[in-house]
Each structure stands twice: as structure tokens, then as C-alpha cells.
Ligand binder design. Structure first.
Ligand code: HEM
Length: 409
């Protein structure tokens, strides 16, 4: 080890503990160069910054598995499909995939519905040069409404704080802040109170929606318990909203900072799928996934004991120069020839994880972001920040907290 490694590690630990870190990528690069897998005593976890090591930890399911206890997502959601493996995972993940990865639906009904939503939200954006609170007006309500409709939790549209508190207390709470945890638990209680009667209704009179699917499906001859349905539904709320919201914020922020890339997209809108993949690489909204070693293991030269936790830093893996040339450059044409594979486990992009738990919602997120972008590219010649450029924040989930844009039709 050289003298720089402890400094990079200390900086990363301070960042994880909440220190303002406008640009964590140079820290990741230093840490990766020194040691792509390094133990952090304050975080009680191995920090994994190399693409090869992150990818193996996702794909080698016999050695590394989801964290099943303690702080992190399971403490807030209970047991979700993210915590399952093997046949149980395949069968239950398929229930969700049937709704959100069905290519016919994605080309048909879902596309039509999301286009209509984008148009309705777009109608509220300025028709003459003017300022828009783009997060409140577009990037949050779009994925929120999509998930609310898929689960028929229409009331959830009114409770954006729920998913925010859930996401904050699960994946983001690496420093185990008790106040943050308490907010997540309170959100779960409110969601459960809403879901109890909804589940009873769906069991008695199922409809054509994801919540009804969860209420009626059988696994090994038994229906899912109410607890399991509630855990998974709460997880979808956070997994499907906060992520897509932040992806759009990161893309718009990137395009304002790089007006030449906005011009490129306006001239060649067929680059939009590549631009979506590129922003997920350049500024991954989910920067970290958590795993634990199931057996004693060796990864990137580190010896990991069974039971130890790993934080897979997706934002770091996505900037590994061994896989992505010129990784710090935001280039909307980077995936011009291979955008689609980036939204499946096949492509090198690690924004959606990898292996058996690769994000089920990647194609849905892609569709939402693409349709929103096509709308904005069509309507506005130019975007600029209204006021000071926003600063990105967040260790596990990352984007600008707010985005106010001056839109020029
Ligand atoms: C740009 C937007 C999104 C990003 C960056 C993202 C990221 C991720 C990541 C990194 C994982 C893997 C977690 C792990 O293995 O530890 C994941 C899993 C998952 N995501 Fe997403 N996600 C996005 C959108 C969505 C949407 C729209 C949904 C829809 C509900 C969704 C549902 C899920 C589900 C159900 C899983 C668990 C899959 C499994 O365990 O089999 N995600 N997502």
C-alpha cells in the first residue's frame, strides 16, 4: 500500500458518513488504483471499487449473497425478492417481471400510458422562457404515478415522502442514523396500514394489476403471506421511484453542464437510449449495493470472511478505465451501437447491479426517461440552471437534491 490509500479511504469514509463531497469520482479512482477491495472499519464493510470485483460479487451467487439481516434494506422492508435466491427468487421475480419487463406491454399499453403522463406533466411546464421546478413538476411525479398505477396504490401519488423515507432508511443509511431509521419504520407503518385493506380487497376481487398478482399467485402450493406482499410492495415504491427520478435529474443536469451534448441529442434524437445508458454510467443514481460473503472468499486480493459485508460501489465500477475508456467524460454517443444490452445483465453497465438480482425495472426506467427526454428535446431549444448550479449529494443514492431549470422553447 502507498501513502495515498488511507487518505482515499478516509475521504470515502467521511463521504459515507455524510461529508459534502461534490465529486467522489477522483476518490473512487484513487482507491481503485490502490486496492479495489478494501476494509473499512467505521463502515464495517469491504468497499469494492473495481468493475471486475463488483461484477464478480454480483454474479458469483454461491459466494456472495444479499445481506439478510442487520441495517440495510432488509431491516426496513423485511424479506423481499432482493433477499431470495434460486428457484424461489426466479419464480417470484417473474411475477414482477411479467408486469414491468414485458416487451409487448413496454411497446404497447405501458408506452401509451407513460407518453400520456409525460404530455400531461409537460403541459404544466413553461410554454415561454421560464423557470420550472423540474423535480416537483416532472422527475418525481412521473415514476411515482407509474408505480402507483401498477400497484393500483393511486393514493400513493399523494405520499412522495413515503418512498423517500423508505429509500433513505434502507439502502442509504450506511451510517445507521437512528433518526433516519425511525422515519423509514414510520413510513412502513403508514404503508402497511394502507395496504392491509387493499390486500383484503384484492384477495376477494383480484384485478389486472401487480398487487392483485402478488395477492393471488401461489408458490409451492401456498399464496404469499400478507407480510411478504407488504414487504415487496414497499420495496417497489422505493426501488421504482427514487431511482428513476434521480436518473432523470442526473441526465438533465449533465445536459445543462454540457450544452454541446444537448445539441447532439437535438440533432440526433435516436441517441436518446445511448444518452440514458451513459448517464447511468457517468452518474449512477444507485451508487452502492450491499452483499455479504456466504463463505470465506478471496476478492481482488482481499480475504473476506464468511458473514462480512461488502458495499459494491456501482458509481466507481462504472468509471473503471479498464472497461470504459475515458470514463470521466459524459458522452451521449458512447452506447450508440449497444444501448439496449446495458439495460440487461449482458452489458458492462453496472447501474442496475448484475447477476440474478439485476434490476427488474431497468426497461421500465429506460422507457420513462426516454419519453421524458424526447418530450423536452422536442419542446425546448435550450436548458440552463435557474440560479446556482445544484450540487450532487448522497453516498448510496446520488443526484442533485433539487433541480430548477430555465427552459427556452
Ligand atoms: C434508473 C432507474 C433504476 C436504477 C438505477 C435501479 C437500480 C437497481 C439496482 C442497482 C438493483 C440491484 C440491487 C442489488 O442487487 O443489490 C435493482 C434491483 C431491483 N429494481 Fe431497480 N433500478 C431502477 C429502476 C427500477 C424500477 C422502475 C423498478 C420498478 C419497480 C425497479 C425494481 C427493482 C426490483 C424489483 C429489483 C430487485 C430485483 C431482484 O432482486 O430480482 N427498479 N435496481
Amino acid at each position: 500500500m502507498t501513502a495515498t490509500a488511507p487518505t482515499a479511504l478516509a475521504e470515502l469514509e467521511a463521504f459515507a458518513a455524510g461529508a459534502s463531497t461534490p465529486d467522489p469520482y477522483p476518490i473512487y479512482a484513487r482507491l481503485r488504483a490502490e486496492s479495489p477491495v478494501v476494509w473499512s472499519a467505521p463502515l464495517q464493510a469491504w468497499l469494492v471499487t473495481g468493475w471486475a470485483e463488483v461484477t464478480r460479487a454480483f454474479k458469483d451467487a454461491a459466494t456472495f449473497g444479499p445481506l439478510s439481516s442487520g441495517a440495510g434494506s432488509s431491516a426496513i422492508y423485511g424479506r423481499t425478492i432482493l433477499h431470495m435466491s434460486g428457484d424461489e427468487h426466479r419464480r417470484k421475480a417473474a411475477i414482477v417481471a411479467r408486469r414491468i419487463r414485458n416487451r409487448r406491454e413496454l411497446r404497447g399499453t405501458l408506452r401509451e400510458r407513460i407518453s400520456a403522463l409525460v404530455s400531461a406533466l409537460g403541459d404544466e411546464l413553461p410554454a415561454a422562457p421560464g423557470v420550472a421546478d423540474i423535480r416537483a413538476g416532472l422527475t418525481t411525479p412521473l415514476p411515482l404515478t407509474v408505480i402507483a398505477e401498477l400497484t393500483t396504490m393511486h393514493e400513493a401519488v399523494n405520499f412522495p415522502q413515503w418512498y423517500h423515507d423508505l429509500a433513505g432508511a434502507s439502502v442509504s443509511n450506511v451510517s445507521r442514523d437512528p433518526a433516519v431509521h425511525a422515519r423509514g419504520v414510520a413510513a412502513r407503518e403508514e404503508i402497511d396500514a394502507w395496504l392491509d385493506p387493499a390486500i383484503a380487497r384484492k384477495r376477494a376481487d383480484p384485478g389486472d394489476d401487480l398487487l392483485s398478482d402478488l395477492c393471488t399467485v401461489e408458490y409451492e402450493g401456498q399464496r404469499l403471506s400478507d407480510t411478504e406482499i407488504k414487504s415487496n410492495t414497499a420495496f417497489f415504491l422505493a426501488a421504482g421511484i427514487e431511482t428513476t427520478d434521480r436518473a432523470l435529474v442526473n441526465l438533465l443536469g449533465g445536459l445543462v453542464r454540457h450544452p454541446e451534448q444537448w445539441e447532439r441529442l437535438r440533432a440526433a434524437p435516436d441517441l436518446v437510449p445511448s444518452a440514458v445508458a451513459e448517464v447511468l454510467r457517468w452518474k449512477a443514481p444507485v451508487q452502492g449495493s450491499v452483499r455479504q460473503a456466504l463463505v470465506d472468499a478471496s476478492l481482488g486480493g482481499a480475504s473476506i470472511a464468511a458473514g462480512e459485508k461488502l458495499i459494491l460501489l456501482l458509481g466507481a465500477a462504472n468509471r473503471d478505465p479498464a472497461v470504459f475508456p475515458d470514463p470521466d467524460t459524459f458522452d451521449v454517443g458512447r452506447f450508440a451501437d449497444n444501448a439496449d444490452p446495458q439495460f440487461t445483465p449482458v452489458g458492462p453497465l453496472r447501474a442496475f447491479g448484475g447477476g440474478e438480482h439485476t434490476c427488474s425495472g431497468s426497461l421500465l426506467a429506460k422507457l420513462e426517461v426516454e419519453l421524458a427526454m424526447e418530450h423536452l428535446l422536442d419542446r425546448y431549444r435550450r436548458l440552463s440552471f435557474a440560479g446556482e448550479p445544484p450540487v450532487d449529494a448522497g453516498f448510496m443514492l446520488r443526484s442533485a437534491p433539487d433541480l430548477h431549470l430555465l427552459l427556452h422553447p
